[in-house]
Design a binder for this molecule. Structure first.
Ligand SMILES: [Zn+2]
Length: 202
């Protein structure tokens, strides 16, 4: 399987390739003016790259990816423990990236809930932040349906590039195996999981 750096390069290359495709689609099919086509393309490519780099399917193992979250790496610990590596839950084209988004939202909500509850125990009354977050997000999404859809599509394509690359490498090895050619490259350091686990400083 490609390592995290190869996946990053693929994410950036496909993100750059998406720019002319998205821009011309917005202009010719959606009939957007230049500025709107540009903004839509930026949303799409931004979501594509953030999805591939920060919300990578390989968050399902202790990899280079969760280290990128710095001191917030623990957000992805339960995800890593619960989701089997390279399973449908993390390496499918549409369901998996949307699951990661939903998971991220629920963790943030959970932390806010805990914070409000602990402050309440100490006698400090604060606003109900989980509820505020829910309503703020809901009105933001309702007010910007096109941007929401664009970001979701970009989020799915960023993840899909990773998954397809994994499938191609695995399928390629099987295909060569049919002809008696066995690829002997060592994939045990897939995503450099072992190396990065040891250098964690947090
Ligand atoms: Zn993978």
């Amino acid at each position: 399987m490609p390592d995290s750096r190869t996946h990053d390069i693929l994410t950036v290359i496909t993100g750059v390739a998406l720019v002319p495709l998205s821009y011309s689609f917005c202009r010719s099919q959606l009939l957007l003016v230049h500025a709107d086509a540009l903004v839509t393309t930026l949303w799409l490519v931004g979501a594509h790259i953030i999805s591939g780099v920060m919300f990578s399917p390989d968050l399902d193992l202790d990899s280079a990816i969760d280290n990128r979250w710095g001191i917030l790496f623990w957000i992805w610990r339960p995800y890593m423990w619960l989701i089997p590596h390279r399973h449908f839950w993390s390496h499918s084209l549409i369901f998996a990236p949307l699951l990661r988004l939903a998971y991220f939202y629920f963790v943030v909500t959970g932390v806010l809930f805990l914070w409000v509850w602990l402050l309440g125990l100490l006698g400090v009354l604060v606003a109900d932040f989980p509820v505020l977050l829910f309503y703020a997000l809901r009105s933001l999404l309702a007010a910007n349906p096109e941007v929401t859809l664009t970001v979701i599509i970009g989020f799915c394509t960023g993840s899909a590039i990773h998954t397809i690359a994994d499938w191609l490498v695995t399928g390629g090895r099987r295909f060569l195996g049919i002809f008696g050619i066995h690829v002997v490259r060592d994939y045990s350091r897939h995503d450099r999981a072992i190396h990065h686990r040891r250098i964690r400083r947090t």
